[in-house]
Design a protein around this ligand. Sequence first.
Ligand code: UD1
Length: 340
Amino acid sequence: MKTIMSVVGTRPNFMKMGPIEDILKTKKNIKHVIVHTGQHYDANMSDDFFKDFDLRSPDYCLRVSGGGLADQTGRIMVAFEKVLLKVKPDLVITYGDVNSTFAATWTAKQNHIPVAHVEAGLRSFDRNMPEEVNRVCTDALSDILFCTHSNDETQLQIEGIPFGRCHIVGNIMLDYLVKYGDQAFKMAYWKELGFGIGEYNLATLHRPGNVNDSKQLLEMISKLTFHSIITPIIFPVHPRTKKQLLSADLMTTLNSCKTIKVIEPVSYIKFLSLMIGAKKIYTDSGGIQAEASFLDVPCEVLRDTTEWAICRDKSAKTIPLWDGNTAERIVKNLEKYLGI
Ligand code: UD1
């Protein structure tokens, strides 16, 4: 019996871990332990995702949230080490590029436990983004690097990662998109918000570079307001953005704009539904760019750099192995690594 521990903490981690849990729970010789760091803790940023995916509750919840980058990352390391020493897994899986990803990877490696990183080798080449620092550090430390595409593997080799550590497995984010796509389409969540299909654009905004500075935030809101005159915009507001809008005194202005429908963050299937029905998407998220490309919905990226350049020149549907079966390939590789 081998123990694999997955560490998740934020909204974009849950839909990457889910498809792997779905497979691991069927394996008699693997125990899958799920650790939730608590980086995201609001029901609509966390619990609702577990409900959408019918996922069991995490085995451990560290309840570490808020704080600055170093503070949050450090507290996750301290809390995670206690669970790690108790469970002593044979391998830890980390996902994406958030603080929880790097904190768990660093802590596992300091305790001589191998790490598999899902979504390795993505680069925006902008080291002012906290996620880019997390990506570079996580990849440098990981033993198994699961890449979405051959470009990511090439980048890892440039950074000196031994060839044998990398495996191109496709894009895990699409596993649940493929699984839940029909359900999301049938849900037609846009109707509940008073729109017809293709009658609205969808916007998300949460990057520190866009929302932490009130001048930049005002610029982004002005841009959305301007575009909404032609086509109305549905705007689910992330907690970081909400805080900044309130402190910059912009929330009332935004709420009074009749062509922008401000809503709370929504669960995975509702958001997927809104993406499917949108005419266009404005976003500074990484994952949404890839999802929009797969759905063939035009997407305007609200930042200068992207780690998903691969999705800029072609539909993600045409990229090899972006087929909704990435979790299977990951698990096969893990079984091989663990000798089972
Ligand atoms: C984090 C990730 C980012 C990812 C995003 C997805 C890092 C460095 N950033 O950014 O890559 O795209 O998640 O959403 O890890 N908050 C709440 N409720 C919540 C979650 C957060 O109120 O459920 C508040 C926090 O207390 C904090 C702020 O929102 O004040 C930002 O949260 P944090 O986890 O630090 O980073 P995100 O901006 O969510």
